[in-house]
Design a binder for this molecule. Sequence first.
Ligand code: MD3
Ligand code: FE
Length: 208
Amino acid sequence: MTALTLAPGLVYHPGYLDRAAQHGLLAAVREVMRAAPLFTPRMPRTGRPFSVRMTNCGALGWVSDEGGYRYQPTHPDTGAPWPAMPALLVDAWNALARYPHPPEACLVNLYAAGARMGLHQDRDEEDFAAPVVSLSLGDTALFRYGGAERRAPTRSIKLASGDAIVFGGPARLIFHGIDRLLPHSSDLLQEGGRINLTLRRVTCPKKA
Ligand code: MD3
Ligand code: FE
């Protein structure tokens, strides 16, 4: 597999999943969405809804509402535990993360046409030693990333269906976001749009 290091700790694997693997992962994600329906996260304080809808699998899931950003073991609407992490996702983590503990959370982001995600850092986890692994399905997205400070200059790359990207080490706390989708760029999702999966460690592993 070709892997491109775009910045220290930022490794891009274009076409990591072939078409068959994308279909397999999509089937697993549809099962997750059946057990844990998509919810609409809201901004802390203001309650303004995100344009992206979300769900999670794994022991912990990321949620956001007027009370803030946090990880919790249950769905914010149904109260049910998150469904288990599909084996295909654990396989991807094991192949890409180079981290000796399994992922605890997989955030599933669903972008319909017009959805976007503003520039932000992921810093609600305790363990920044572990990388974040992202997998993309469906329409290509224009992904923007900068540095560890908001004012740092940014670059953009396109994330296409099947691409994987890993953010570890000095890239773990970079600012990043999704400016827009390229409509109709993939036919993987019948309804169009894009699904992004991010595999994360949340807690610090206990010392042996
Ligand atoms: C860099 N998701 O869920 S994936 C997110 O495409 C998020 O849905 C975007 O940003 C998406 O938080 C971007 C790429 C990504 C994900 C997590 C990161 C880049 C990251 C965590 C740390 C640094
Ligand atoms: Fe993020």
